[in-house]
Design a protein around this ligand. Structure first.
Ligand code: ATP
Ligand code: MG
Length: 322
C-alpha cells in the first residue's frame, strides 16, 4: 500500500530535481541518486506503477525546460531512460528475492511431499507386514489350543483385520495413488468418502474441472482440502460440508463450506486468535503458487474457505518446473 500523499509528493519533487541535474551532468553521482530514490520509494511502499508514473510526470515537467538546459530532446529521452532503470534496481532486486524465496518454498513443499509419500508407504507396507506376522502367530497359538479355547482368538483376529483396513485406508489418504493416477477430484472424492464414514458428516464434492491440473497444484489443493476437512471434523461440529472445485479462465477455485460452529476473528485478520499450523500452513502452501485463501467465519455461522490459485505459475527466476 502506498504511504500518505505528502511523502510521495516530496519523493516526486526530489526525483524531478535529481533527473533534471542528471540530464545536464549525466554522471555516476546522478545514477547513484536515482538508485537511492528508488530504494526510498520501495521502503515507503510506493509501487512500481506509481514509480513509473512519477518518472513520466518528472520528464513531462522538465520537457519545456530542455532548451534552456541545452539538452537535445532525443538525448534527454535516452538518458532519462537510464535514470529510470537505475531507480528501478531496488524493485528488481526485491522481485528477484521474492521469486527465489518462492522457488525455495516450492522446493521445500516438494521435499515434504516426498517425505509424506515415504511415510505413507512405510505405514502401508511395514505396518501391514507386522500385522500379517501377528496373524500368523495367532494362527500358531490357535493350533496349539483346544478348539473351544481358541474361540476368543477369532475375535482378536477380526479386530486385527479392522486395524489393518483402517491403516491401509489412512496410508492411502495420506498420499493417495489416485492423486497421481486419476487426479485431484477423484482423490478428494476418496478422501471425502473415508472422512464422511469416520465422522458421520455429510460431505459432498462437486467439480467442473475439465482436465488434469499441474501435479504440484493438484498436490497442494489436495493438502489444503485435507486440512480443511480435518478442521471441520475436529472443531466445527458440522452436519455437512460442501466442497466445490472449478476453474474459470486461468484460475482454479476451490470452496470448502461447512455449517458448523464457526469461529471469531479479530479486526481485518481473518485467522482465528487461537492458531495452529493448519490454516497458516494452507496459506504457506498456496503462496509460492501465486494462490491464496479467503476465510469467512463467524460464531454459529459456519466456516467458508475460498481458495484461488492460478493454473500455471511461470516465474522467470524459478529454478524448478513441475
Ligand atoms: N471449520 C472450522 N470450524 C470451526 N472452527 C475452526 C474451523 N477451522 C478452524 N477453526 C478454528 O481455527 C483454529 C485454528 O485452526 P488451525 O487449523 O490453524 O489449527 P488447529 O486445527 O487448532 O491445529 P493444527 O491444525 O495445527 O493441528 C482452530 O483451533 C479452530 O478454533
Ligand atoms: Mg487444523
Amino acid at each position: 500500500m502506498d504511504k500518505p500523499r505528502p511523502s510521495i509528493d516530496e519523493l516526486a519533487r526530489e526525483y524531478t530535481a535529481a533527473l533534471r541535474t542528471y540530464l545536464q551532468r549525466r554522471d555516476e553521482a546522478g545514477l547513484q541518486r536515482a538508485y537511492e530514490l528508488g530504494r526510498r520509494g520501495l521502503s515507503e511502499g510506493v509501487g512500481v506503477l506509481r514509480m513509473s508514473a512519477l518518472h513520466h510526470q518528472a520528464l513531462a515537467d522538465i520537457w519545456p525546460e530542455l532548451k534552456e538546459l541545452r539538452v537535445p530532446a532525443l538525448r534527454a529521452i535516452k538518458h532519462a531512460g537510464h535514470f529510470f532503470t537505475e531507480s528501478m534496481s531496488a524493485f528488481e532486486m526485491t522481485h528477484r528475492a521474492f521469486c527465489e524465496a518462492n522457488a525455495a518454498l516450492r522446493g521445500m513443499n516438494d521435499s515434504l511431499e516426498e517425505e509424506v509419500k515415504r511415510i505413507a508407504h512405510a505405514l502401508h507396507d511395514e505396518a501391514g507386514q507386522l500385522l500379517a506376522a501377528v496373524h500368523l502367530s495367532l494362527d500358531q497359538v490357535a493350533r496349539d489350543l483346544q478348539p473351544q479355547a481358541s474361540e476368543p482368538l477369532r475375535d482378536i483376529k477380526e479386530l486385527l483385520e479392522q486395524v489393518g483396513q483402517h491403516m491401509r485406508r489412512l496410508s492411502h489418504e495420506l498420499r493417495p495413488t489416485i492423486l497421481d493416477d486419476l487426479g485431484l477430484v477423484p482423490a478428494i472424492d476418496f478422501l471425502a468418502e473415508g472422512m464422511a464414514k469416520r465422522s458421520g458428516i455429510n460431505i459432498t464434492v462437486r467439480s467442473s474441472l475439465p482436465e488434469r491440473l499441474p501435479v504440484r497444484l493438484e498436490t497442494v489443493l489436495y493438502r489444503v482440502v485435507q486440512e480443511a476437512l480435518n478442521n471441520v471434523i475436529r472443531h466445527a461440529r458440522a452436519r455437512s460440508v460442501n466442497i466445490e472445485v472449478r476453474s474459470s479462465g486461468k484460475v482454479v477455485h476451490c470452496a470448502i463450506i461447512d455449517d458448523g460452529v464457526g469461529f471469531r476473528h479479530e479486526g481485518p485478520d481473518p485467522l482465528p486468535a487461537r492458531r495452529g499450523l493448519g490454516l497458516s500452513g494452507m496459506i504457506e502452501k498456496l503462496r509460492p503458487l501465486g494462490g491464496g485463501v479467503k476465510i469467512e467465519s463467524a460464531p454459529r455461522q459456519g466456516t467458508k474457505l475460498f481458495i484461488t490459485v492460478p493454473r500455471e505459475v511461470e516465474y522467470a527466476y524459478s529454478s524448478s518446473r513441475r
